[in-house]
Design a protein around this ligand. Structure first.
Ligand SMILES: Cc1ncc(COP(=O)(O)O)c(C=O)c1O
Length: 434
């Protein structure tokens, strides 16, 4: 490294340290966010370093991130995208590729999913002309069950896509076995659960494809970003093509002729020798992320284990503090799992002498940030009222979640003092109203 560069980066480190407001936590005044990024001097240095190198498009850092992330998450391939929503769009769209021949999903085919969750787990089903089949979830784990999914499988069902809700894994091994038994594709939306394990294996390793989000609320951040992972090389190739304009060529940016037959192809009705760089085998997108994002992803990735431990610790501390508090249904880890929690979910029990709105207002007044379980029951939103879908069973718990559930933060930047203040505040509220 040149002296000038080293000097600059050293200044960046100092700038970061000097900019850290060493303010004490003041209960009721200091904001306790439900989620957020934990960024240190090395993250800032990595961003500046990438900027110094003018790494403004996808390039070597994106590729390095993909290979390190794939290794960390025990998958053969990772494809970086500009968001978790794009990752879901790519994962579901990949299943519609005609390269899959008789396994290809076609318009009108059904995909089983849950009604209560984040919209962009479900949207790619609709965006591809497929039909979502909604099932309910359990309260407490906020995931669905293998039995509910099994009951929803019909003659047109071709895939399952499910998110591990707020970091809590569903029984992914059993879900993969169910998918296998019915010859269905299985996509794990792992956007909220990186680092969680089920039956001793990382979530995201059970499905044909899994997806991740790097938005600041998530377990690792790049600001904006996402990833599709798979160990199925045919699916990986389709995902890459769809992400990169639909091209047939797989040369990394800035390179040509890695296949050594760039001008020797004849595909479609194109003339013999048409430049492979500009041959399209899918109706694709451009959903790539940049090296600037990947630079941040790499320094964040180095801290994943530490972040996971902190999320678990914060969740456990709050869980112990709230144990036994009446009128609240507290979260439960799925049996045989070790979640890396995204948040701490609470459902105000039906019949409680207070409402969710009252609890939320009380907490927000104390500067304790709350969130609802994303969309709650999606079928009740204006966007979905006129969409074509099927519901199997009732959506009673999805409705309860829509009306009675909230979550508070456990993300790594929260201190013991903050977690204790959240716990004490909830205990005080319930004692006062109960
Ligand atoms: C389960 C789930 N899937 C997908 C997404 C979308 O990720 P992004 O915001 O990066 O598009 C989110 C976002 O929070 C999510 O919670």
């Amino acid at each position: 490294m040149s002296d000038r560069r080293a000097l600059l980066l050293d200044e960046v480190r100092k700038f970061h340290q000097d900019g850290q407001p060493n303010q004490p936590f003041i209960p009721g005044v200091t904001e306790i966010w439900p989620s957020g990024a934990l960024l240190d001097a090395e993250d800032r240095v990595a961003l500046v370093e990438a900027a110094l190198d003018m790494r403004i498009a996808a390039g070597p850092l994106a590729r390095r991130f993909e290979s390190e992330f794939a290794r960390k998450l025990h998958r053969r391939k990772a494809h970086l995208t500009n968001s978790g929503s794009s990752a879901n769009l790519l994962a579901v769209s990949a299943l519609t590729s005609d390269l899959l021949e008789d396994r290809q999903l076609r318009p009108g085919d059904e995909v089983v999913t849950v009604a209560a969750g984040f919209p962009t787990t479900v949207n790619p089903i609709l965006q591809n002309g497929l039909v979502p089949v909604f099932v309910d979830i359990d309260l407490g784990t906020y995931n669905t069950t293998v039995e509910r999914v099994a009951a929803a499988i019909g003659p047109k069902t071709r895939a399952i896509i499910l998110a591990h809700t707020l970091g809590n894994p569903y029984p992914a091994r059993e879900m993969a076995e169910l998918a296998d038994a019915h010859d269905l594709f299985f996509v794990e939306d792992n956007c909220d659960a990186v680092g969680s394990t089920y039956d001793g294996a990382l979530t995201g390793t059970f499905g044909d494809l899994s997806t991740v989000s790097f938005y600041p609320a998530h377990h690792l951040t790049m600001g904006e970003g996402g990833c599709v992972l798979t160990s199925n090389l045919a699916l990986a190739r389709i995902v890459e093509s769809l992400r990169d304009w639909g091209r047939d060529c797989w040369c990394p940016p800035g390179e040509s002729n890695t296949c050594l037959k760039r001008f020797k192809y004849q595909l479609g009705t194109l003339p013999q020798g048409y430049d492979h760089k500009y041959i399209y085998s899918h109706v694709g997108y451009n959903l790539k992320a940049t090296d600037l994002q990947a630079a941040l992803g790499l320094t964040q990735l180095a801290k994943l284990d530490e972040f996971t431990a902190l999320r678990r610790r914060n969740w456990r501390r709050l869980r112990e503090r709230l144990d036994g508090v009446p009128h609240l249904l507290l979260p439960e880890a799925t049996e045989n799992s070790e979640p890396s929690w995204f948040g701490f979910v609470i459902t105000v029990e039906p019949g409680a002498p207070f409402s969710r709105s009252e609890l939320v207002a009380f907490l927000e007044d104390r500067r304790i940030g709350t969130r609802q379980l994303f969309a709650g029951n999606l079928t009740r939103h204006p966007a979905y009222l006129n969409q074509h879908y099927r519901v199997v069973g009732d959506l009673t718990n999805s409705d309860i979640v829509t009306e009675q559930t909230l979550w508070v933060g456990v993300y790594p930047a929260l201190t013991d003092e903050m977690i204790d203040y959240v716990g004490t505040s909830i205990v005080e509220f319930v004692a006062d109203r109960g």
